[in-house]
Structures are given as C-alpha cells and as structure tokens.
Design a protein around this ligand. Sequence first.
Ligand code: GMT
Length: 375
Amino acid sequence: MKKIGITCYPTIGGSGVIATELGKKLAEKDHEIHFITSSMPFRLEKVYVNVYYHQVEMSHYPVFQYPPYDLALAAKMAEVIDREKLDILHVHYAMPHAICGILARDMAKHPVKIVTTLHGTDITVLGIDNTLKPVIRHGIEQSDAVTTVSESLRKQTVEMVDIQKEMDVIYNFINENEYYPKEGVELRNQFQINPSDKIVVHISNFRKVKRVQDIIDTFKIINESLPSKLLLIGDGPEFSDMVQHVNEMGLEKEVQFLGKQNNVSDILAMADLMLLMSEKESFGLVLLEAMACGVPGIGTNVGGIPEVLTHGETGFIVELGDVRKAASYAIEMLSDPEKKKQFSNASIEHVHASFSSEKIVNQYEALYDRILEEA
Ligand code: GMT
C-alpha cells in the first residue's frame, strides 16, 4: 500500500478525468489517495473508500494584484506530505503543478517522490509564450519521473523544451464501468431523432484549436447525402461563433448544441460517429471514450490522435482541415451497416486490448515502484 497525493485541474477536461479516475482505481487497489486541489474534482461525485480530499485555501489580500494560488497550493502540498507521510505526489501538468510539487518537496520534512504527467497544453503554450520555457523545463527536470499521454507528446516535449530527461509514455484509459456499449433508443426518442438518422457527435471545450467549424463543415457534406443530426457537446470561447456558423449554413434543425454534459456516455450510446478535427491534440480522450461505447471516430493527423485511432479499422485519419475527405469516409462507413458494425466492434476490442484501466493503472504502479526503489 502506498500513500499517493494527486493534484490536477479539478474542472471538466480530460486531464482532470484521468487524474481522478486513476486515483479511484488506485484506491480500489488499497492505496491511500489524497487529492490536493482547488475544488472537489468533478468525477469524485460520491464517497470512495481510501480517497481523501484536501482543498487549497486562498486568502485574498487587497495588497496583491494577483492571489498567490501556486504558493497556497505548494503550502498545502507540503502540509499533506508531512501529515499523511505521502510516498508519491503525482501532479498533472508541469505548469504550475510540477513546480508547486517541487517547492512542496523542498519544504516538507518527509521524503516524497514527484511524478509529473504531461497532458499537452503546457507544451502547446510554449508555442505562444517562450518565456515560460525555463519554468516548464525545471518542472520536468526536477520531477522524479515524467510521463506523457502519447509518444507524439513525448517527442514534441523533447523538441520544444530541449530536454534530455527520460520520459515514459503511459496512455490514457477509460473507466469501463461508465463507457461501454449501451442501448440508446430511449434517449433518441426523447431527442426526437428519427431511428434512421445517423448521429454524429463532437465533444470539446470549444477552443480555437478544436476547429469546431471543420466539424460543422464536415457534417454539412454528410447531411447532404445521409439523413443525420450533429450533437455538439461542451462550451467555450468559440461557442457563439459556432452557433452563428450553423445558422449561416442553414443547419439549425440538424445541429443541436447540448452545452456541458456530465453523462456523456448516455449520449454516446445513441451516436454513430465521433468527429475530432483538432489542430492540436496530445491524445484525444473523447475518441477513446466513444470507441469504448462502440462509436468509431474520424480525427486529424495531429498529435496523439493517430495513436488512438487506427486508420481503416477503428476509424479514419484525415489531414488537418480536409473536411471533404472526412465527410467521404463518414458517408462510406455510415451508409454500409456491415462496415459500421465492423468498425464498432474493432473499436471496442482495441480499447480493451490497449487502453484498459487495468493495463494502464498497472503501468503507473510499476512506475511508482521503480522510483521508490531508486535511492
Ligand atoms: O484539450 C483541452 O483543451 C483540455 C486538456 C485537458 O487538460 O484535459 O486536454 C489535454 O489532455 C487530455 C487528457 O490527457 C488529452 O486527451 C487532450 O488531447 C489534451 N489536449 C490537447 O493537447 C489540446
């Protein structure tokens, strides 16, 4: 049994999902898990044995222009390391969480090892703001172990941060109790979608990098050939522009904006295809969640997406912005029930073979064992 602290962004997002699900799985394996976050992680919706939550408290001093959240987090981490005698502090994102963890390790009296998992966005930020490079490099170099969620992100990190540190690729995984093929007929009726309509879904935080416009443009071509509906799930900066784009395309009746949703697996149950046309994506967890529910995906040849989707087997890969090709693959698959079934079965099998929670959680446990054995 190990005592493991976990810090992540607790709000909606793939990194928060992975950090929380990992904590829950480790707790089931008798490890003691201590979440140290600004608010309760959204997937920690009920009481779990062996799981504890420590909220970072912030004082607001009128003197400071910016509240020192990072320092408050480091102080809370050090307090929990010492009081709970943590063996491992597993932080998600180098910036700021690895930096806070390193400061906490320096302050704490009890020895602790820092594991940092990179999810991509802090490396992407370097493309915009190079001044943060030394901070990210320090976070990576001073961690006892670093993991990336795809081989593509590992390579990109080495190139962008110019770093020698060995990094392990540990893929994301799914919670099999939530993501599995389910019957979606009832929900389809509630949404008043015809049984013969094909349902295309997209889930994201509607940032520019997600290229939601390409999703809508791909769907427009699909919809000209097949009776279909597009369900857009999530919210973010591009939301209003996308509502306008749908109106301009005359697709108001075919596209539904569902906003942020907690029970995504229920929506996936009635879906036929997931689209992810991003220009940056270290992994694409939503593709994996869809595949686990038997929903094949079409994604761009970007970042970790080709490591998740196998072209021609569990979905299709297209070049960034190639909405015509994406639509033609979608039409080809959706209009052939046999082919659709084949892709659906292959998706489920692939998730279980390569991205099962058991396989991935074992890899994290082996990593913890390895660094604890090191002097
Ligand atoms: O995609 C986002 O903007 C959210 C971000 C997050 O923190 O959840 O996603 C990143 O981490 C996910 C979990 O590892 C990955 O599935 C996403 O691909 C990655 N996003 C990007 O690289 C843009």
